[in-house]
Each structure stands twice: as structure tokens, then as C-alpha cells.
Design a protein. Structure first.
Length: 482
């Protein structure tokens, strides 16, 4: 069995404790894929020290030269996509086509930010004194701590790491416990592309230990986090107390609205894609389906029938639509919510079962007769579970969507342009889809939510520059002639 190491100051080193953690295959839970360091605060301090030491030299590197490194890393990810994707499937459980797509998305993100090296880095302003050159310049914030989740173990790290690097910051990355092998591959691409020693440092280990240590260190000037609301709130409090920047992407309870005039087949197919791909383990996954009354029964029956026919099993099988959940804990959480739904009086139309004696599988699950205030309709489940809720009309549907404390992504299905535009205008979500699934985001546009789904910041595209840089205003007075 292969044992892997942390990357600190350009060297692959084991944890100071010498302890290792098993990396488990969620499809075959008895299989240990590899072992990774169980690091502690001492390892993290060494990584932070290395990042701080590397920062002055890295910030002085031409932004164009930084971009060339990202281009090379993107090419390496592309060349290694099949290998990386296979390891991603082994440790996270999504299907092979999804894993290949995610790896290629990471490469596309690197290329996008490499291209940002040729964009403006400041602005020139008119000054009241004609002898003054008045301009701004954007500069890196310093050492950035990156904490990433297991559900998109290469794409989400890429959209944090790439902008941090292109704008001249150094990094300490704490990858998710469940998907360290994918993190190793992403890091290796950057190292092999020529990233200097200490610019990125990767520490594997428990988030409960490494997360707080990373957040509270004064040498770390910003934290970018994707994960649970509970952890996000703690990061916000600690960061605010220390005056450091923080960027949080957290929960979602994303709703699809299906109006009576919708294309039924399209609405069902897009709901399935949004709810069941990646086994529902997406912050943008469809979790609620709000259906206008005239279409309610027809839509629910069609959705349930489609779910019954989805192939669930080995994610390497080309016929498989949905693989396992990522861990035993995740499976238990989803099964607990299914039981809660039954106890709350919702009607289980299909699904809610496990498969086999090995692997963390739960079949695609549809509830109807769901109270919109119930737990399964308001709390994030993060699994292949959909609650169908009736709505009297568009106004009622908008109200039901907006009652959620989350506001990440939503979709509306209608043939009426006026209704679609009203939905876009009135809905309280950071991402709105019209006649397409709630999941999915392109790398060059802002990504983020409203309300408790984010810290009101945005990731990806040019929006990332707001977090990873700080603005310096310069008043440059021309000297008088001698």
C-alpha cells in the first residue's frame, strides 16, 4: 500500500507524529486505497512558516511568468486526466465520466486564470492637479489558507488555488479528509509545472485540528473555505477578531420550480440531473421541487418512475448513473433524514434503500406530501433525496423558495418569458437557471449565494480578484524641472 506525505517548503514529508490515516473506497468499504499523514498543529505551523518565507519572492515574480506556470499545470492535468479521474472515483465515488469532467474543469480553471495575467492590474484616475499621476494597483494579500470539501476534490481547490497564485499569494492548503489522493494529484501538477518551493504547502489531516490552527494564525491573511455552515461561522468569527479576510461558501437547499406550462420531459430530466448526479452531494444540488398544482401528480409520477430506472452501482461501470455516497457517516446522515421524512408524515414514493453489504449506497429517493416547513424540506441533506412540494401559482412558488435560510442556486421551468423574468427578478438566490438544472457553473462567471449560503463574497471569474488582492492608491507628483 502506498503512503503519501505533506508538501512543506517544497519537500514531501511525513507528519511529525508519524501517524497515518486510511483512505477508504466508498464503493467497496473494505478496501484501503492508500494512507495519508494524520498531521497536527506542528506540521501546519511549518507549512505556514514556509508560505510566509516564500511570499516576498513569489510576489515579485512577473504575473505573466506566474501565468505560464498555470498553463503548464493545466496541460499536465489534461494529460493525466484519466489517471486522476480513476483515483477520484476510487476515493469519492462519483462516476468516471463525472470525474473526468471535473478534472478537465480544473484544467480549464487554471487556463482561465493564466489568461488573467494579461488583464489590467489597476486603473488610472483623473487628478485635480495636472502634475499628479493618480492610479491604483492591485497587490496580493499574503499567505492564504485554503480549506476545501470532498465533493468536488479537484475543481473547488482549483478555483481557489489558481486565482490565489496568479495574483501573487502563497498558500497553505488543507484538503478534505476523504479525498487526499486527488489533492495529491493537483499539487503534483503544480510542482511539476515549476511552482517554486514554499509557494503552495499541503497539509493532510483532521479538519477539527488543522482548521482552527490555520484560521487563528496571524501570518495567514485570508481564509477561503467551502463546507458546512457551522464551521464557516466559526471561521468568520475567528477571522473577524484577527482582522483577516475570509471567503465562505456554505450550505444550500436548492429549489426547482416547475410551472404548469413547463416542458414536462425537460423538467423531469433536469431535476434528475440536479438531484442525483454526484449522488446529490453538491452544494448546488436540487433538493426541493416546487410544482404548480395542475402538473403536480403527473410530474411526481414521472420523476419517481425515472428515479426507479436509474442505474445505481459501481461508478466505473459505463451504465451506472449514480455511485455511492462518499462515506459511512454520509450514508448514515442521509438514511437518518429519510427516516425523519417518514416520521414527519411525508410520503415516500420511491427509494430510501441501501444496496448490498459493501459500499455506501442509497437509492434515489423521492418524497411527496411534504410540509414546506418540515426538516426534510428546510435542512440540507447532501444526498439523493428530493422533496416535492405543491404551489398554487408562481407567487406562491416564489414565496416557498424565498422562505429558505439558504440562497445558493435555483431553477424555474416555464415556456412563459414574462414569468421567467419575474422569477429572476424576485428570487433570493445567487445563481438562477431558467429551463436548466440547478447544478453546474462556468469558470469565468461569479459563483456564490445569498443569505446563509455564503459570506456575500463571490468566487471564480474576475470576482475572485476582490478577495485575493488588495488595492493600493498612488498619488505620484511629477518633480519640478531642475
Amino acid at each position: 500500500m502506498t503512503s503519501y506525505h505533506n508538501l512543506i517548503a517544497g519537500r514531501w514529508v511525513g507528519a511529525q507524529s508519524g501517524r497515518l490515516r486510511p483512505n477508504v473506497n466508498p464503493t467497496k468499504s473494505s478496501e484501503i486505497i492508500a494512507e495519508f499523514p494524520e498531521s497536527d498543529g506542528l506540521d501546519l505551523q511549518n507549512a505556514i512558516t514556509a508560505a510566509a518565507a516564500a511570499f516576498p519572492k513569489w510576489r515579485s515574480v512577473s504575473i505573466v511568468a506566474r501565468g505560464e506556470i498555470l498553463y503548464r499545470a493545466a496541460d499536465l492535468l489534461t494529460a493525466r486526466a484519466e489517471l486522476i479521474a480513476k483515483d477520484l472515483v476510487l476515493e469519492e465515488g462519483k462516476t468516471l465520466p463525472e470525474a473526468i469532467g471535473e478534472t478537465m474543469r480544473a484544467a480549464a480553471i487554471f487556463r482561465y486564470y493564466a489568461g488573467e495575467a494579461r488583464q489590467e492590474t489597476g486603473e488610472v484616475y483623473a487628478a485635480s492637479d495636472p502634475s499628479t499621476l493618480l492610479y491604483t494597483r492591485r497587490e496580493p494579500i499574503g499567505v492564504v489558507g485554503v480549506i476545501t470539501p470532498w465533493n468536488f476534490p479537484i475543481a473547488i481547490p482549483a478555483w481557489k488555488i489558481a486565482p490565489a497564485l496568479i495574483y501573487g499569494n502563497t498558500l497553505v492548503w488543507k484538503p478534505a479528509d476523504l479525498t487526499p489522493l486527488t489533492a495529491y494529484h493537483l499539487t503534483s501538477a503544480l510542482v511539476d509545472a515549476g511552482l517554486p518551493e514554499g509557494v503552495i504547502n499541503v497539509v493532510f489531516g483532521p479538519g477539527s485540528v488543522l482548521g482552527p490552527a490555520l484560521t487563528t494564525d496571524n501570518k495567514v491573511r485570508g481564509i477561503s473555505f467551502t463546507g458546512s455552515n457551522k464551521v464557516g461561522r466559526n471561521i468568520a468569527i475567528a477571522s473577524a477578531e484577527l482582522g483577516k479576510k475570509y471567503q465562505l461558501e456554505m450550505g444550500g437547499k436548492n429549489a426547482v420550480v416547475v410551472l404548469a406550462d413547463a416542458d414536462l420531459d425537460l423538467a423531469v430530466e433536469m431535476t434528475i440531473r440536479g438531484a442525483m448526479r454526484s449522488t446529490g452531494q453538491k452544494c448546488t444540488a436540487t433538493s426541493r421541487v416546487i410544482v404548480e398544482a395542475p402538473l403536480l401528480n403527473t410530474f411526481t409520477e414521472a420523476l419517481a418512475e425515472r428515479c426507479r430506472n436509474l442505474a445505481v452501482g459501481n461508478p466505473f461501470d459505463s451504465q451506472t448513473y449514480m455511485g455511492p455516497l462518499a462515506s459511512l457517516d454520509q450514508q448514515r446522515t442521509v438514511l437518518d433524514y429519510i427516516q425523519i421524512g417518514k416520521e414527519e408524515g411525508a410520503r415516500l414514493v420511491t427509494g430510501g434503500e441501501t444496496l448490498g453489504s459493501e459500499g455506501f449506497f442509497v437509492t434515489p429517493t423521492v418524497f411527496t406530501d411534504v410540509d414546506p416547513n418540515s426538516r426534510i424540506a428546510t435542512e440540507e441533506i447532501f444526498g439523493p433525496v428530493v422533496s416535492v412540494v405543491p404551489a398554487a401559482n408562481l407567487s406562491d412558488a416564489i414565496g416557498l423558495v424565498n422562505t429558505s435560510r439558504f440562497g445558493l442556486s435555483t431553477a424555474v421551468f416555464t415556456r412563459d418569458i414574462g414569468k421567467a423574468m419575474r422569477y429572476v427578478d424576485e428570487i433570493e438566490c445567487g445563481i438562477v437557471h431558467v429551463n436548466s438544472e440547478t447544478a453546474g457553473a462556468e469558470p469565468h462567471v461569479p459563483f456564490g449565494g445569498m443569505k446563509e449560503s455564503s459570506s456575500n463574497s463571490r468566487e471564480q471569474g474576475k470576482s475572485a480578484r476582490e478577495f485575493y488582492t488588495q488595492v493600493k492608491t498612488v498619488y505620484f507628483d511629477k518633480p519640478s524641472p531642475a
